[in-house]
Design a protein around this ligand. Structure first.
Ligand code: IMP
Ligand code: MG
Length: 175
């Protein structure tokens, strides 16, 4: 296993909390009077989803989906395999897909096409982070926490080789 250590802190616990509350306020306003079905993308989104949901005032239900992309471990190929599908029928529901980070956007593009075909009443994306990379898939991200440059990061749900997901802040990885 390659050896990495933590680099600089990109977002502190407090900075994340403030931004998460902003997003929750916006979501609560937009969905007023509707029930939201929050769909978390496993595993990375679980920390963000838990904090975000607890700041949302609209009624919320949860489901989870897990997918993996074929190809090398660092480059998304765009060919995605569902590892765990939703438990619920999303037809006529207001679906809010919650993701930790969008890199190339290929995973989410595939997933959205798949979910759209099931006839939800609405389908929106909320991602804590959005990486600025060339050749990004064309995605409309309704709720975005932070835009970042193309660096590898960990913490607050994000992993390196399944480690660091429980770090309460977001840090860069140093080789
Ligand atoms: P995409 O299909 O290229 O957008 O890949 C998105 C997925 O790659 C995210 O859901 C993360 O699981 C993972 N990912 C992308 N960048 C990072 C990172 O810097 N740290 C940890 N995971 C990442
Ligand atoms: Mg992920």
């Amino acid at each position: 296993m390659a050896r990495f250590e933590l680099g600089e802190t990109l977002f502190t616990t407090d900075e994340i909390a403030v931004r998460v509350r902003d997003l929750a306020r916006q979501i609560s306003r937009d969905y007023e009077g509707e029930e939201i079905l929050m769909v978390g993308i496993l595993k990375g989104a679980f920390v963000f989803l838990a904090d975000l949901a607890r700041c949302i005032t609209a009624p919320v239900r949860f489901d989870f989906i897990s997918c993996s992309s074929y190809g090398s471990s660092t480059k998304t190929s765009g060919v995605v395999r569902l590892q765990k599908d939703l438990d619920t029928d999303i037809a006529d529901r207001h679906v809010l897909v919650v993701e930790d980070i969008i890199d190339t956007g290929l995973t989410l593009s595939y997933l959205l096409k798949n979910l759209e075909a099931r006839g939800p009443a609405s389908l929106e994306i909320c991602s804590l982070l959005n990486k600025q990379v060339p050749g990004k898939a064309d995605l409309e991200i309704r709720y975005e926490g932070f835009s970042i440059s193309d660096v590898s990061i960990v913490g607050y749900g994000l992993d390196y080789d399944e480690s660091y997901r429980n770090l309460p802040y977001i840090a860069a990885l140093k080789k």
